[in-house]
Design a protein around this ligand. Structure first.
Ligand SMILES: Nc1nc2c(ncn2[C@@H]2O[C@H](COP(=O)(O)OP(=O)(O)OP(=O)(O)O)[C@@H](O)[C@H]2O)c(=O)[nH]1
Ligand SMILES: [Mg+2]
Length: 161
């Protein structure tokens, strides 16, 4: 199953993927530290193979967002706590919503800033059903929880299909 990590420039998507997979990424499409195409890794979650992708954050490569969203079964929207909610976050949130897949919002760099989760929810205009979880891709806090909640949501949905 395919899961895609979205988020604005520098939010920590590549670091999040490295942390989540606990190994070297199979594909790291970066130039001078900035993702220009995608990152990819594969992990096992309770016997299920999960294909994890990240998108580039830079607007110049925003055409990749739609390409990578193709066929995804779940998404993670990474917010940069040190920046707060921006127009790009709202735009990406809208893209994910339009795909109708379960998703989780990860409020990243929580080791550096303490962004109110209610403000994140309000800023993105999302329903109470979407989990909003503080993470630190550097320290590892919250990363496994994000994956766990996403898999839970996906399985709940599968149960009602
Ligand atoms: N303190 C702290 N730094 C982080 C965290 N996550 C990422 N960073 C740092 O933020 C910078 C950007 O991280 P990346 O993982 O490259 O961000 P990205 O979202 O993949 O960037 P683009 O793909 O270019 O949009 C790097 O210097 C990371 O070390 C975090 O949770 N805490
Ligand atoms: Mg990146």
């Amino acid at each position: 199953m395919k899961i895609v990590v979205f988020g604005a420039l520098n939010a920590g998507k590549t670091t999040f993927l490295e942390r989540a997979s606990k190994k070297k990424l199979s594909v790291k499409g970066s130039y001078e530290g900035m993702t220009t195409s995608l990152d990819f890794t594969r992990l096992d979650y309770n016997g299920e193979t999960v294909y994890l992708f990240t998108t580039p954050g830079h607007r110049r490569f925003d055409f990749m967002w739609e390409v990578l969203a193709n066929g995804m079964r779940g998404a993670i929207l990474l917010i940069d706590s040190t920046v707060g909610i921006t127009e790009v976050d709202r735009e990406i949130g809208g893209l994910i919503e339009s795909k109708g897949v379960p998703y989780v919002v990860a409020v990243n760099k929580s080791d550096l800033a303490n962004l109110s989760l209610d403000m994140v929810r309000e800023g993105l205009g999302i329903s109470a059903k979407v989990p909003v979880i503080p993470t630190s891709a550097i320290c590892g806090n919250g990363v496994d929880e994000v994956l766990h909640r996403l898999m839970e949501l996906k399985n709940e949905r599968r149960g009602t299909e």
